[in-house]
Design a protein around this ligand. Structure first.
Ligand SMILES: [Zn+2]
Length: 310
């Protein structure tokens, strides 16, 4: 048998193949997160009904950045981690009083966890603008982490091999000192909308069934809230409490979201925004640095879903 074409055709065929690969790599990859900031006076709720209108940004925002910049960076961050093609997440967000001096932000989602294509999903993230309650640090370029002096990671063996359980920038300086890192809050709340909710599972532990950490058992608080168990993973992103440090998504956070949402194409390395030349510190050394935890509560997605059904 002669192959079709000959040398020239084969070169052409190879070139075509190469082009296809390039297209696949640059175009089809990643979930898609669309953001809409709700300005002051516009309804900040899933259905656009009057009430719960967005308010102004609080006066106590440091760092020179805006919520819009921070949210865009957070969306880019997650889009770099979850590379499954197809899923789309539309998020409305803004400032509003949450009538609580312990709640930093909430996330409410509109659909159930099914995030696989072709489902689109809507969510709303509300940042608490209650004056005097918090100072927020809005980093105009969160990939740099210039206002944190120390970076550390933690790891643990959870049954699926050694895995990262924390990626933390601490020792806040300059405009970040004494403030809550808005980027961390945004990444956390998006993590809820990406799948870490409590709508239809009480799994504790959550068993990881695929991917590089298959076999891991992750302690959760899903019976009461859509968080990981912060007592088990004190430096994880998707625990209930925040302390102002910049927490990136740990592999535990990512594996849990991937498991719940069925993401199969996950770049764990993309979660590791290590830009500053910072030492890797043992976790034990950090426990001494006692953390005053502030509660970062999200809206209960399961409750919202049931309210809609009622
Ligand atoms: Zn949360």
């Amino acid at each position: 048998m002669q192959p079709f074409g000959g040398a020239a055709f084969q070169r052409k065929a190879r070139a075509g193949f190469a082009i296809a690969v390039i297209v696949a790599a640059s175009d089809a990859a990643a979930i898609s997160i669309s953001l809409t900031e709700k300005p002051e006076g516009e309804p900040l709720n899933l259905f656009g009904i009057p009430g719960n209108n967005a308010g102004p940004a609080p006066a106590s925002v440091t760092g020179g950045g805006t919520l819009s910049q921070v949210m865009s960076a957070a969306a880019n961050y997650w889009e770099g981690v979850f590379l499954d093609s197809g899923p789309a997440l539309d998020i409305d967000y803004g400032w509003r009083s949450l009538s609580s001096d312990t709640t930093l932000a909430t996330a409410l989602d509109f659909q159930t966890r099914d995030f696989g294509p072709p489902d689109a999903k809507r969510g709303i993230i509300t940042f608490n603008n209650t004056e005097t309650a918090f100072t927020y640090y809005a980093d105009p370029n969160p990939t740099m982490a210039e206002d944190f002096d120390t970076y550390f990671q933690t790891t643990a063996e959870l049954g699926g091999g050694e895995m990262n359980t924390g990626r933390v920038f601490t020792d806040r300086t300059g405009p970040a000192a004494g403030a809550f890192d808005l980027f961390s809050i945004a990444v956390h709340e998006m993590g809820h909308l990406l799948g870490l909710d409590d709508i239809d599972t009480d799994a504790n532990p959550l068993e990881i069934t695929s991917g590089p950490y298959a076999g891991a058992s992750i302690a959760t608080l899903f019976e009461t809230e859509g968080h990981l168990d912060g007592s088990a993973y004190p430096y994880s992103l998707m625990q209930r409490a925040a302390n102002g440090d910049r927490r990136l998504a740990s592999d535990v956070d990512i594996a849990a979201i991937a498991e719940l949402s069925g993401f199969n194409d996950v770049d764990y390395g993309a979660a590791n925004l290590t830009m500053a030349p910072v030492p890797l510190q043992p976790a034990a050394a950090l426990l001494a640095g006692a953390i005053g935890l502030m509660v970062m509560i999200r809206g209960n997605a399961g409750r919202a879903h049931r309210e809609r059904a009622a």
